[in-house]
Design a protein around this ligand. Sequence first.
Ligand code: CFM
Length: 532
Amino acid sequence: MKKYVDRVLEKYPAKVHRTRKEHIVVKESDTDVPVIAANTRTIPGIITNRGCCFAGCKGVVLGPIKDMVHIVHGPIGCAYYSWGTRRNRAKAEEWGQNFIEYCFSTDMQESDIVFGGEKKLRQAIKEAVEIFHPKAITISATCPVGLIGDDIKAVAAEAEKLYGIQVIAFNCEGYKGVSQSAGHHIANNNLMKYVVGQGEQQPGKYAVNLLGEYNIGGDGWEIRRILEKIGYHIIAFMTGDSSYEEIKNAHKADVNLVQCHRSINYIAEIIETKYGTPWLKVNFIGIQATIETLRNMAEYFGDPQLKERTEQVIAEELAEIEGEMAYYRERLKGRKAFLFVGGSRSHHYQELLRDLGVETIIAGYEFAHRDDYEGREVIPTIKIDADNKNIEELKVEKDEQNYRVFLSPERYEELKDKILLSYYGGLIKSMKKDSIIIDDLNHHETEQLIKLLKPDMFFSGIKDKYAVQKMGVMSKQPHSYDYSGPYAGFKGAVVFARDVDAGVFTPAWKYVTPPWKRQPMLEGVVEEMEVC
Ligand code: CFM
């Protein structure tokens, strides 16, 4: 595999070569966990699949909270192109509000950039309150707001007094940090500072929060169905199909289940420090992964009745899907996959593909940190640079009134050896010898690796989906599910298997000839230049 990586890198000028080689590693043995460079600035001139800080804050974490009005303070493009495309679905409750379908923006114009946009923001809040009567409002700043210095926090504080509802300002200007990851952090900080902890709901038995599950294509609904069938009380989904009221009560859960470690580990850690609630790494993508997660959850509570009920539900669910899954496995087994998604799905989907007999030979993240690749044990060795420094680190203390010790120290230690308690092992450990792991991939690398390794299927986003299909390789988007889903849990696994099968076996491929089979390509090397 090393030789393929070298072939991909050989086209780069020396300086780019030096940087990119740190972001592409080969696993030398099944137990090898190579160090990978991650969460660093993309090399200028190279276009990769990353988004921006605003995308991570408003688009990923805040957007799915259905009963808050999310105002985008900035030019209209930022709001329009972050509206509705992620497929974080939400249903209105009989008693509740749902603003998911709306796009709220201050639509800043040139005169607002010159003279300031605060007046327009005040007006937007006023209109939102008068027309929609939301329980709370968020304001997300896009790039120009930070550049011209609009004081959105002051406007929010003023509006809170005026309208008597929470108005929370997020300084998530797109240029902060190196990717959308900075935006997750900013969103998490403010939800913890201003929302979590206000609720007084009395939790039911086996009370859990599911963190980092955004209900893409209805995944959260399938997970909710399974958990409620077993008997769990879900306090908050953060933030898929979730509500402001639910999030206020998140500190009441007995455990936090962390699905996407990258986007929400901050909340899990802060809740643990402040309220004493441990967190458990879970994965509901894949049948075996879901079973293992459900068993770990039952182990956490340590209740024999819960364990029995868990096994019953697993058996019932498997009986319903086994036949169909076996059919698809038979057709798909032995195939090879490439997986390039944001910050957690390139790991989670390997499990589901494995259920179908498909091995992932290359995987990578767009914006994950080293701990998402190598495991949380490397956190103390991660270098902090200027880009990380401009994101606030919340200083959190124990909340004496609401702090609960759910597990005794002995039980905590005992469980730590058995289940993924307050720990995430990362993507690399679950991959096999000779796998390639690649961070912040770009189009040159994607195309070269496809040409060299010829996978049977490719999973990535809209920026490379069609280019790869034109190369004759089936391509799907684990971001949006291409209008399908759910893919989580038991029933979701069948939907995924059906979609992959349809993609691989479509007769369309015989009409596609990759460009390199049609004509000789010109070969060239980019020489290094001094740029002044
Ligand atoms: Fe977490 Fe996500 Fe992901 Fe992500 Fe995303 Fe997404 Fe993603 Mo697209 S929160 S890190 S910022 S699992 S929007 S629901 S699919 S890149 S792998």
